[in-house]
Design a protein around this ligand. Structure first.
Ligand code: SF4
Ligand code: FE
Length: 481
């Protein structure tokens, strides 16, 4: 059965990569305190897939090989698969309280599966078979795959080919009989360093004349010519301090990478789109749609943990019976479950593509993500309200544990009888971390910009809105010709 254990996963990513952080080259990144929590997260989700109780959600049967595979490598074969994806993501958000990084390649693969089929049907290429072969390897080895879409984009008022620097969008710079050579950069790459492979896609719908930018391919994340720069995040150096409580979520975390492709060779067998501008928009929109669906699962799971933290801190503060606190918790649950409803709804209305795989409902997936750009902020605001101002005035762990000043801090941080100041300290730091520290990247900024900034969903909503049909409805009721 091709399911990696968490230890096998860890061993498999111990490879040489060209990685920089704080201006220095990082060797053995798996031992770096800033990076380790992001690896713990991925190890945790590999570990959970081994457990009998989660088998139904975290594994699936491959339609390509008949083997039991990790669901993150599955191509959806039914509406039920789409729904299980959301349930899995909520579960993993609940267990890690952060971005677990493995959904991007999963969503890219599901988009590419149908798009490659349709390119072949239309122009007689052989991308679909190539992609299936590539993906069977991923399934058989239970590999983690990133999906890379966002280019640096240079001057936003100009098209790719008109940029002062043509590398502002990743492009083909040369080609030969064996493959292509690409140059450019992909930014905001969630989990790229922790992934074995990545699927690269165009960042926008391309037009005739922009063929060099209409490319999609698979690549090993440590391929020659790839340079990685670790994205720094608010309060990240707390992970390098002694002690762990000031980190907040000290076990788990996400990871964002700046990825530079400097003349990277891609062999033909790993290329899944090359110059077919007509299909670039389908790939972009389907990938974005799948990832907007994802947010109706993962962010809800993290929201569950934050609501739990808020309820617990109200107990620790002795405010849990106050009616306004109870109402705020109800509001948080209402917002969080609305997001989940969107994730489940766009999955339930999924449909089958010609290639045979299933896809979520595009309109509802975009509505889902549009809500995700707002509700986690409100949930976070309510968490801060319930926790109190102390989440940003708390002394450091070093003071809290100091023999000299520590006892006095503990004395004055004590609240209700039976509540340990240690536990309250941990919880306050966790809420701080999720609403304004490192983890706020996963819960807030990623909710805003991940899978596309709010405006990109509004464009898709306007395209699917079908106002003509709605006008017909009112005309019919009022007998308007
Ligand atoms: Fe998965 Fe959510 Fe992270 Fe995207 S933001 S990779 S959907 S956990
Ligand atoms: Fe994301």
């Amino acid at each position: 059965m091709p399911l990696k254990t968490s230890e096998e996963y860890l061993e498999s990513i111990k490879r040489p990569v060209n990685l920089y952080m704080f201006g220095e080259k990082i060797k053995e990144f798996w031992n770096h305190p800033i990076i380790q929590p992001s690896i713990n997260t991925v190890m945790k989700i590999y570990e959970l897939a081994q457990k009998e109780e989660y088998k139904d959600l975290l594994t699936a049967t491959s339609h390509l090989t008949g083997e039991i595979i990790n669901r993150f490598t599955h191509i959806h074969q039914s509406v039920d698969d789409l729904i299980k994806k959301i349930k899995m993501q909520r579960l993993l958000g609940q267990q890690t309280a952060c971005c677990f990084q493995r959904c991007v390649g999963f969503d890219a693969a599901n988009a590419l599966y149908s798009v490659t089929y349709e390119i072949d049907e239309n122009i007689g290429t052989n991308y679909h078979e190539r992609f299936k072969k590539y993906w069977i390897e991923v399934q058989n080895q239970d590999l983690m795959v990133d999906g890379a879409m966002t280019d640096t984009k240079g001057d936003r008022s100009k098209r790719p080919a008109q940029q002062p620097d043509p590398d502002a969008y990743l492009r083909i710079v040369d080609e030969n009989d064996e493959g292509i050579i690409v140059r450019g950069a992909k930014v905001h790459q969630t989990g790229f360093l922790n992934s074995h492979k990545a699927i690269i896609m165009p960042t926008l719908t391309l037009r005739p004349g922009e063929e060099d930018y209409a490319i999609s391919f698979g690549v090993d994340t440590n391929e020659k010519g790839i340079t990685l720069v670790y994205g720094r995040q608010s309060c990240d150096t707390r992970k390098m301090e002694e002690g762990k409580l000031d980190i907040g979520n000290y076990k788990y975390g996400g990871q964002e990478i700046f990825v530079i492709f400097d003349n990277v060779f891609i062999p033909n067998e790993n290329i899944f789109m090359k110059g077919e501008v007509k299909f670039s928009g389908d790939l972009v929109n389907r990938f974005a749609g799948f990832h907007r669906q994802s947010y109706g699962g993962c962010k809800v799971g993290v929201g569950d943990v934050l609501i739990g933290a808020s309820a617990l801190i109200s107990e620790y503060n002795g405010t849990e019976r106050a009616s306004h606190i109870r109402d705020k918790l109800v509001e948080m649950v209402h917002l969080n479950e609305t997001l989940y409803s969107c994730g489940i709804a766009c999955s339930s209305l999924g449909f089958q593509r010609e290639a045979g795989n299933y896809e979520m409902d595009m309109l509802l997936a975009n509505v889902c993500k549009q809500n995700v750009t707002r509700f986690p902020y409100e949930i976070g605001r309510l968490a801060e309200d319930i926790a109190g101002g102390i989440i940003c005035t708390l002394p450091s762990e070093a003071d809290f544990k100091s023999e000299e000043i520590g006892p006095l801090i503990s004395k004055y941080l004590s609240t209700c009888e039976g509540i340990s100041p240690d536990d309250r300290y941990k919880l306050l730091r966790f809420i701080e971390n999720l609403t304004m520290g490192v983890a706020s990247v996963s819960y807030r900024t990623e909710s805003m910009h991940g899978a596309g900034s709010p405006m990109t969903q509004r464009i898709m909503i306007s395209r699917q809105a079908n106002l003509e049909e709605k006008k017909k409805l009112i005309k019919k009721i009022l007998d308007i010709e």
